[in-house]
Design a binder for this molecule. Structure first.
Ligand code: NCD
Ligand code: ZN
Length: 422
């Protein structure tokens, strides 16, 4: 082995005292204690606290190319690393949008240069469907049914073709599910994009989806949306802001809390949290969508939608685990195991054969979130002062990438793929 980590680790759904042996970046063996022969020559790290699999965030907007004032691949992946997210799947609404090979290759080169965690790239399905020429190269395809920041909507009469294209592509499709015919601009944000837009969009997807498709409904905002997605055979994502914040945040924090789909009322939010805590969301994804403070200063009506979240997602949820509001098993499944499984990545589990992407946390160390200490270029958060448990150390494919809160010079790689997406 190259590395042996000895202590309590989250293995097969429970915290087990054990030794995790890592060889060539992958978890080779887990045992109560490894043999002397296995340990020979290895760096042995004994730790306190709990070792978790790194999170796989299937929904980040790292803004490069096109909007380097909001975020860069370097700052966005550093933020991910500090938040225990060891794989990011980047959204294609950059400039130019990732709709063809040229844009795809350009972005991949940038990630290869600058990423500090492992990565995959989504391609954008626009009405001419040319993105599907990329085949299985993208980690997934993204379709915006309703228009959002830096991206237009999608004509309903092309939806069936888009979904059959996705099912033939061999990769999952992620859908921003707000039905365009229900969206009304020019009203206050919540009323402009009501819950009915979500329900209508999922119903439209269910009607048109071919039998065999891997479809992830992005950022569901309602418990009913989760249920509808599940009944249609889709996976459903929730984002931290929709389960933790309600539309009161728009009054308190103004345009910073403006996001698509919008934050909902307190009752809807509480029901979504309850469903999430019961394990009813397939995945947790940050929808990390930073904008500059100057852009957000334009006021709720004019400011772009979106807020940062990749660095605070796991820490906020670990504080909820510590407060006994969320079972750790539910969190690990939604933030690590299921997103990896869905996209066919050998990540998100502490198990033999999986990448050794590991996050050490001490749940007794609850801190307060301070924007000044976060790493996103945008420099703000809607979760200032919230309790959070940040990782102490992070290993990326067996290399220590974060130690004592300091990032080391470890480079990310394109996430390798094993099994089929499921
Ligand atoms: C996203 C962004 O800013 O890129 N904004 C958002 O409110 N979620 C776009 C999106 O994915 O909708
Ligand atoms: Zn998004």
């Amino acid at each position: 082995m190259d590395l042996v980590l000895a202590g309590r680790a989250w293995v097969r759904g429970q915290a087990l005292p054990c030794e995790v042996g890592v060889e060539e970046g992958r978890i080779a063996r887990i045992a109560k204690s490894l043999t002397d022969a296995e340990r020979a020559g290895a760096q042995v790290v004994r730790f306190r606290g709990l070792l978790l699999p790194g999170a796989v965030d299937a929904h980040v907007h790292l803004r490069e190319p096109g909007f380097p004032q909001k975020e860069t691949i370097r700052t966005g992946t550093l933020a991910a690393l500090h938040g225990g997210v060891t794989t990011v799947l980047d959204m294609p609404n950059t400039q130019p949008p990732v709709t063809d090979r040229l844009a795809f290759r350009d972005k991949a080169e940038r990630f290869a240069q600058d990423a500090r965690v492992d990565w995959g790239l989504h391609a954008l399905v626009d009405p001419d469907l040319r993105a599907f020429a990329l085949g299985t190269e993208p980690v997934g395809y993204k379709l915006y049914l309703g228009p959002s920041t830096h991206v237009g909507g999608f004509p309903m009469d092309r939806l069936a073709d888009a979904l059959s294209g996705a099912s033939l592509s061999g990769r999952p499709i992620v859908v921003h599910a707000e039905h365009p015919s229900v969206l009304r601009e020019g009203r206050d944000h919540g009323n402009a994009r009501p819950v009915q837009a979500e329900w209508g969009a999922i119903a439209a997807l269910a009607e048109r989806a071919p039998e065999r498709i891997t479809l992830l409904v992005a950022h569901c905002t309602t418990a009913r949306g989760l249920k509808q997605a599940k009944e249609a055979g889709f996976a459903a994502e929730v984002s931290p802001h929709h389960v933790l914040l309600d539309d009161g945040a728009l009054r308190d924090q103004g345009a910073r809390a403006k996001v698509n789909p919008p934050l909902r009322g307190p009752k809807e939010r509480a029901a979504l949290w309850a469903a999430f805590a019961k394990g009813q969301a397939t995945t947790l994804g940050s929808d990390h969508a930073p904008h500059t403070l100057e852009e957000k200063a334009a006021g709720v009506e004019k400011a772009p939608s979106g807020m940062p979240g990749v660095e605070t997602m796991l820490p906020l949820m670990l504080a909820k685990v510590k407060a006994r509001a969320l079972p750790l098993g539910v969190l690990v499944r939604a933030a690590c195991e299921r997103p990896a499984e869905l996209f066919g990545l050998p990540k998100g589990r502490i198990a033999p054969g999986y990448d050794a992407d590991l996050v050490l946390v001490e749940t007794s160390k609850v801190e307060r979130i301070r924007a000044a200490r976060l790493h996103s270029l945008c420099g703000w958060t809607c979760f200032e002062d919230w309790p959070a448990v940040f990782p102490q150390r992070v290993w990326l494919r067996g290399q220590e990438a974060l130690a004592d809160g300091e990032a080391r010079d470890v480079r990310g790689q394109p996430a390798r793929r094993t099994g089929k997406p499921s």
